[in-house]
Design a binder for this molecule. Sequence first.
Ligand code: PLP
Length: 286
Amino acid sequence: MRTVYVNGDYLPESEATVSIFDRGFLMADAVYEVTSVLDGRLIDFDGHMARLERSLAELEMNKPAAFDELLGIHRDLVRRNGVTEGLVYLQVTRGSAGERDFVFPDPETVAPTLVLFTQAKPGLADNPAARRGIKVISIPDIRWARRDIKTTQLLYPSMGKMMARRAGADDAWMVEEGHVTEGTSNNAYIVRGKRIITRELSSDILHGITRAAVLRLAREAQMEVEERAFTIAEAQAADEAFITSASTFVMPVVEIDGATLGDGTPGPVARRLRDIYLEESRKAAI
Ligand code: PLP
């Protein structure tokens, strides 16, 4: 049985509880981060904690613990659960005032809830899907307008994954005003010639931590990067496409709404970026 963390305690997962009045449960009044683990070490940890701080600040929520303490909890959970490859999930909610009320409770008297758990994922780096590439469909983006805040309001992304699955695909790219915003749980890219194209940062998309690292590494490798929106038609006519996220790293896309890209296998740019990202992030892991 897994050991999980709840508000200061390490507990067996079956004994870990949160109040039914917790605002994370009642209102999705919560933010989260997912940090991947390779070789038993944390990937892009500083980036995830910086984004957590920003999400909390945007929602006027108190930070539940200092950076060093959060690092310690991540490391303890990885060690206690013997995770060599997998994820650490962290969630902070606005806590429980012991009642249901739309008005935020006083942060001086109601402490945030902090929960962390690990998910072991052997084969996360050597993922067969990365050798095959994935298929995506497009769906309308009907999420709220603050997608730059990493909240637990994940019903629509979850529905999007189900729509993809029912259509025989792996994931969905969301489209707003004719342009792709992002994937249900990842950032979206296309490649034209040697140029990598991905939507620019704004409140329309989550500012992916993997995105930031991959674009930095691409520029360091003298690849061209263009940050702008693209349409599904442009993506279908592209040489390559891929997604990035903490749990998939760089994952090639080989089909978009039934149209095959290139020869239907992962392209050289996506494969190279995946290799570079895995190599560099393993080196920098803590
Ligand atoms: N976009 C959305 C909507 C996501 O949910 C995620 C990850 O969960 C990402 C992008 C990728 O972000 P990151 O690279 O930080 O995992």
